[in-house]
Design a protein. Sequence first.
Length: 62
Amino acid sequence: MTTESPKSTPESTPETANKPEPSFGWSAYAEQINGRFAMVGFVALLLLEFFTRQDFFTWLGM
């Protein structure tokens, strides 16, 4: 008696189970990408302030 394991489909594999798919509007994917761009922008702002020795508002001329 042999037992065969169920065949896994691409939709049910652990690697793709929790990955959000690109879509329009308020979606988990859009929030994830937005968060990543915000982190990159924040680090860029910190680097700008570090190398210019000026805060953001001084750099803008305020």
